[in-house]
Write a protein that binds this ligand. Structure first.
Ligand SMILES: C[S@@+](CC[C@H](N)C(=O)[O-])C[C@H]1O[C@@H](n2cnc3c(N)ncnc32)[C@H](O)[C@@H]1O
Length: 410
């Protein structure tokens, strides 16, 4: 046992150096390095017992067939997303081919060893899984083209951005599969609880969720009686995936894909990289479907018209306020759309991109909120540690330390 730890020392030193350099770059999150202990490492169970509001819906709802009116004004972002999805298969195959060509440099004796332990079979397995993933991506695109009335080929010549496809597929795992239960159970219950505590249940309540991602939280909020959710996002790789989940699902766990099959580093177990993930693990009830309205586009533009001033009883921002260029713009917009007496619930890290005009601390965000006119409920402040759309068995875990806070507007 001691010898196997000694052998781990160089690997830990290199990983430590990588972790250190990431910390230098990114700042406000912590990284936990998980060291294999020889003890069976199982998928961590959620600490909070988390029961989705509605697990099974008796009737399959007819697919949403209307052509959304936002096309063609949003044509370019939709086409960008389709171009990115279309590039998935080629990029993924190139990725595996590159690993294969590196492997070809190992000597024959080493390759025989690799064959013995089953390593060589990974290339074939990954390629087969890419075929399945590529079909899913084609299905998402086909449904999106139908929904938005986009002609196939209109996206020709646009850039293929693999990163945003990878992000959308990761979100699919986090929001719509039971692989995401742990992450969701850490962050959804405090939000759902705070909303109900503050808004109560006397009459209809309007809740705005900017940056809704793939929509799971929006639908869980809309399961609550009389709660009407307006969701907003500008990323069509996420939006098209969301439409697909919502409207191309007959039964729970109808779809399967292999989101980890290109991740060969930081693997504790041999086969977890090839794990299939089924989705969805939850089907929104008819009530929830009827009470989530998606408004596509930039939060700052979509809600700028006067009709949105003082329209919402609550705004919920989850992993959102740090994604834009100008956080003060976001905070002022949130304040503007809230009704007097309304609440803003924020949960998220402060992982400002290099493009951010200001990179504020949590204290500074609250000071700015105070200046804008929010009344910060200091009793509501909590720190929550969670991961975000991560592979459960990865040896390296990015744990976001997030602050949770409720701000009321008088
Ligand atoms: C880190 S993700 C979080 C998504 C979701 N809230 C969740 O927790 O899964 C940030 C989301 O904000 C969206 N977003 C970024 N800038 C936006 C903007 N200006 N207007 C609307 N959505 C935006 C992104 O497309 C992305 O879906």
């Amino acid at each position: 046992m001691l010898r196997s730890y000694v052998r781990l020392i160089p690997a830990l030193a290199i990983t430590g150096a990588i972790v250190y350099s990431i910390l230098q770059l990114e700042g406000p999150f912590t990284i936990q390095l998980v060291i294999p202990s020889g003890i069976n490492v199982s998928y961590p169970q959620p600490q909070i017992q988390y029961v989705p509001q509605q697990q099974v819906v008796p009737e399959y709802q007819a697919p949403l067939q209307r052509k959304l009116p936002s096309y063609p004004p949003h044509q370019k972002p939709i086409l960008d997303a389709i171009a990115a999805f279309n590039g998935y298969e080629e990029t993924a195959r190139r990725f595996i081919a590159k690993k294969d060509s590196k492997y070809a440099k190992a000597n024959p004796r080493q390759q025989a060893m690799m064959r013995d332990i089953g390593y060589e079979a990974h290339f074939d397995r990954a390629q087969k899984e890419i075929t399945v993933n590529a079909q899913l991506v084609r299905d998402i695109v086909a449904y999106g083209q139908d929904l938005y009335g986009v002609r196939a080929g209109d996206e020709d010549g646009l850039d293929e951005n693999y990163g945003i496809v990878d992000e959308a597929l990761g979100h699919l795992v986090r929001d719509w599969s039971d692989f995401g239960v742990t992450e969701r159970s850490q962050i959804f219950p405090p939000i759902l609880k705070a909303l109900q505590e503050h808004l109560g249940h006397d009459g209809k309540k309007k809740i705005l969720l900017p940056g809704f991602g793939l929509g799971r939280l929006a639908h869980e909020v809309a399961e609550i009686k009389d709660y009407q959710v307006t969701a907003n996002d500008l990323d069509y790789n996420g939006i098209l995936s969301y439409h697909y989940v919502l409207n191309r699902t007959k039964e729970l766990f109808d779809h399967q894909f292999y989101p980890f099959n290109l991740d060969w580093t930081q693997q504790l177990f041999t086969n977890t990289r090839f794990q299939g993930v089924k989705f969805p693990d939850y089907k929104p009830s008819p009530h929830s479907r009827a009470n989530v309205k998606l408004m596509e586009g930039d939060f700052m533009e979509v809600f700028a018209p006067e009709e949105y001033i003082e329209k919402y009883d609550a705004v919920v921002s989850l992993f959102f306020i740090d994604v834009g260029e100008n956080v003060v713009d976001f905070l002022e917009m949130i304040h503007r759309v809230l009704k007097p007496g309304g609440i803003w619930i924020n949960l998220g890290p402060l992982k400002w991109g290099g493009f951010a005009h200001m990179q504020l601390s949590a204290e500074e965000v609250l000071q700015v909120a105070d200046k804008i006119g929010f009344d910060v409920n200091h009793d509501s402040r909590q720190s929550i540690e969670t991961q975000y759309a991560r592979q459960p068995h990865s040896l390296i875990k990015f744990v976001y330390g997030m602050s949770f806070v409720i701000l009321a507007f008088d």
